[in-house]
Design a binder for this molecule. Structure first.
Ligand code: GDP
Length: 389
């Protein structure tokens, strides 16, 4: 009867609501609330649109900003801090405390990190300079590179931990992307400590060797010293940073620059913290009684080449090589050590820890026994039949 159809109002409400919900779900979606980032023009409709990917990547990386970590190493007094200041036009070393002779002799290698945020045309760069002061000052220089190699390894280790940890998205990358190694202009090439130092580091970091204080030498002396250093780098099997091959589709001007860059290595550099007047222009330079040496004058030194290489042309490659070669080496070693330790601990051959197999409980064992018993007479009969045939 009609009484059966009487449904309490609350239930009725919920049925109506459900029906409406189903209707909503089935009906076509209303126009998306967010407006399209850009209306497609007619001629663009024939493309899928992935040609905009570089722009998207560009926008994203500009927003996020860039980071770069540069290490400077070499004997103290060779002009490392002056050069860094000249390179990035910042005074990174305002608070530096200069040590007296006695302190310098006893000084162990102490690593200092300076970070500056620089911005140019809206692009942010977080620059970290890792200074290794005092290297080569101490009377005993054996293993003076140890704290430096340890530092590089520690950064790799930290990255490795972060990468395998829970917060992979916000990893702070402190890996050293490049090490400027300062060579004295007063020697006849590499000193034993230079060779040992670079060999200790070359598998861990991109080494860019530099001839320091190039204003102390005349052009022919610089040429000779460069040649000598190149030969010695070869002879001792030192692996310095190799500039990548220039793409064949680059324009001629770029190719020419690339050739000059490669021919100029190791760069002979001059640094200065003072601005002087040369031919009516204010430039970074060193004022001598006989004239002015200009830091940014390509006829005077390779400073501009070095700066262009570091900032304009090869920063990305330096980071790639750090990540793909040096860090990858570290990571492989790490994993190898971890697995060999595991196999030692477990005394098993496999690098993968073998889980203990579950032992069957007594109840299961009983059942298996029973089944065995049941099967036995049948199999005995079967073999009998086989024998008869
Ligand atoms: P660091 O100990 O390697 O960081 O060396 P500094 O940058 O403190 O420089 C040591 C001294 O060398 C200072 O007196 C600088 O003015 C001077 N100096 C720095 N760069 C040059 C250079 O390119 N040529 C010359 N002649 N002197 C320099």
């Amino acid at each position: 009867g009609p009484r059966c159809l009487a449904v309490p109002p609350s239930v009725m409400d919920s049925i109506v609501l459900q029906e409406r919900l189903v209707e909503r779900l089935l009906s076509p979606r209303p126009q998306a609330q967010r407006s399209h980032p850009a209306r497609l023009k007619d001629h663009e409709k024939q493309y899928v649109g992935f040609a905009t990917l570089p722009n998207q990547v560009h926008r994203k990386s500009v927003k996020k900003g860039f980071d770069f970590t540069l290490m400077v190493a070499g004997e103290s007094g060779l002009g490392k801090s002056t050069l860094v200041n000249s390179l990035f036009l910042t005074d990174l070393y305002k608070d530096r405390k200069l040590l007296n002779a006695e302190e310098r002799i006893n000084q162990t290698v102490e690593i200092v990190k300076h970070t500056v945020d620089i911005e140019e045309k809206g692009v942010k760069l977080k620059l970290t300079i890792v200074d290794t002061p005092g290297f080569g000052d101490a009377v005993n220089n054996t293993e003076c590179w140890k704290p430096i190699t340890d530092y590089i390894d520690q950064q790799f280790e930290q990255y490795f931990r972060d990468e395998s940890g829970l917060n992979r998205k916000n990893i702070q990358d402190n890996r050293v992307h490049c090490c400027l190694y300062f060579i004295s202009p007063f020697g006849h090439g590499l000193r034993p400590v230079d060779v040992e130092f670079m060999k200790a580091l070359h598998e861990k970091v991109n080494i860019v060797p530099l001839i320091a204080k190039a204003d102390c030498l005349i052009p022919s002396e610089i040429r000779k010293l460069k040649e000598r250093i190149r030969e010695e780098i070869d002879k001792f099997g030192i692996k310095v940073y190799q500039f990548p091959e220039c793409d064949s589709d680059e324009d001629e001007e770029f190719k020419q620059q690339d050739r000059e860059l490669k021919e100029s290595a190791p760069f002979a550099v001059i640094g200065s913290n003072t601005v002087v007047e040369a031919k009516g222009q204010r430039v970074r330079g060193r004022l001598y009684p006989w004239g002015i040496v200009e830091v940014e004058n390509q006829a005077h030194c390779d400073f501009v080449k070095l700066r262009n290489m570091l900032i304009r042309t090869h920063m990305h490659d330096l980071k790639d090589v750090t990540c793909d070669v040096h860090y990858e080496n570290y990571r492989a070693q790490c994993i190898q050590q971890m697995t060999s330790k595991l196999t030692q601990d477990n005394r098993i051959e496999s690098p993968i820890p073998i889980l203990p197999l579950p032992t069957p409980d007594t109840e299961t064992e009983k059942l298996i026994k029973m089944k065995d018993e049941e099967v036995r007479p049948i199999s005995a009969q079967a073999s009998l039949v086989l024998e008869q045939e």
